[in-house]
Design a protein around this ligand. Structure first.
Ligand SMILES: NC(=O)c1ccc[n+]([C@@H]2O[C@H](COP(=O)([O-])OP(=O)(O)OC[C@H]3O[C@@H](n4cnc5c(N)ncnc54)[C@H](OP(=O)(O)O)[C@@H]3O)[C@@H](O)[C@H]2O)c1
Length: 255
């Protein structure tokens, strides 16, 4: 599938899982458009990509919590035939719901849900016209269960999970494949950010962002609909979705 694709757009490619997605797509010869906010990291990524292949990498500095910025960005990149959209940018907030900063929660919803929805809507339409394309949405195993203290974050990822599967069912007749990736704890800047630099727990062994991104690309090539990297994460999802009632899990995890 990927060999027929021209451009890929990866949001949040300046670090972590998104960066690994971008580098792997370069290795596979796609032209890759990457967003991030940290210009220095985006420049470093461009340099790394140059060592991999001649295929160009285009970087855009975009704050995705601003609807106006997302609209302007969409207009800027609409000239490219984006065959693969990877909605990866996102962040989490850890803490008791009433103690979290409401403005931060709103920003998280803007990035994790609204920007993802706007990008998916715009580019899915174009893919359908071309009868070719794919979307990979990065959710989280947290989106498969109600998760106290990752309350609103987990809920944004439940949206991503459900939207992805609905879009898979709607768009398959147009040869547009939608897949949801639900990673568990992964070694990126995610936890440091979610815990705002305080002492943070990482919930067991972390997977590497490379493992997650490469596994996701392989799963996408096999037209999987939901990809959960790692046995432990698959097990958590199984318990959450099939074995125990939501309230039991939430009460247990709330401690
Ligand atoms: N790491 C985990 O344990 C884990 C587990 C499950 C799911 N996930 C999901 O995986 C995805 C990638 O996260 P990661 O783990 O790779 O973390 P990361 O290293 O912190 O990377 C997050 C990326 O998203 C971008 N981003 C964050 N907030 C943004 C904003 N307001 N506007 C624009 N870009 C923004 C960041 O850009 P800058 O760095 O340039 O600001 C960065 O490129 C996220 O959707 C996350 O929810 C992560």
């Amino acid at each position: 599938m990927l060999k027929d694709f021209k451009y890929a757009l990866v949001t949040g490619g300046s670090s972590g899982i998104g960066k690994e997605f971008a580098l792997e797509l370069c290795r596979r010869g796609l032209k890759v458009i990457v967003t991030g906010r940290d210009t220095k990291r985006l420049e470093e990524l461009t340099e790394m990509a140059k060592d991999i292949s001649d295929s160009s990498i285009l970087t855009y500095t975009v704050e995705l919590s601003s609807t106006d910025n997302v609209k302007a960005f969409i207009q800027d990149v609409s000239k490219y035939e984006i065959d693969l959209l990877i909605n990866n940018a996102g962040f989490g907030l850890y803490g008791e719901f009433i103690e979290l900063d409401l403005e931060e929660i709103e920003k998280m919803i803007e990035v994790n849900i609204k920007a993802l929805t706007m990008l998916s809507h715009t580019f899915a339409k174009k893919m359908v016209e071309r009868k070719r394309g794919g979307i990979i949405n990065v959710a989280s195993v947290a989106g498969h269960i109600p998760l106290p203290y990752f309350n609103a974050y987990a809920a944004t990822k439940a949206y991503v999970y459900n939207l992805s599967i609905a879009l898979w069912a709607e768009l398959k007749k147009y040869n547009v494949h939608v897949m949801c990736v639900s990673p568990g704890p992964t070694e990126t800047r995610f936890f440091e950010r979610a815990f705002k630099g305080q002492n943070f727990k990482t919930f067991g062994n972390l997977m590497s962002p490379t493992q997650v991104a490469l596994g996701a690309i392989e799963a996408f090539e096999k037209r999987k609909v939901v990809y959960i990297p790692g046995f432990k994460n698959k097990f958590v999802s199984f318990i959450g979705k099939k074995l125990l009632p939501d309230r039991t899990i939430a009460k247990f995890l709330a401690g």
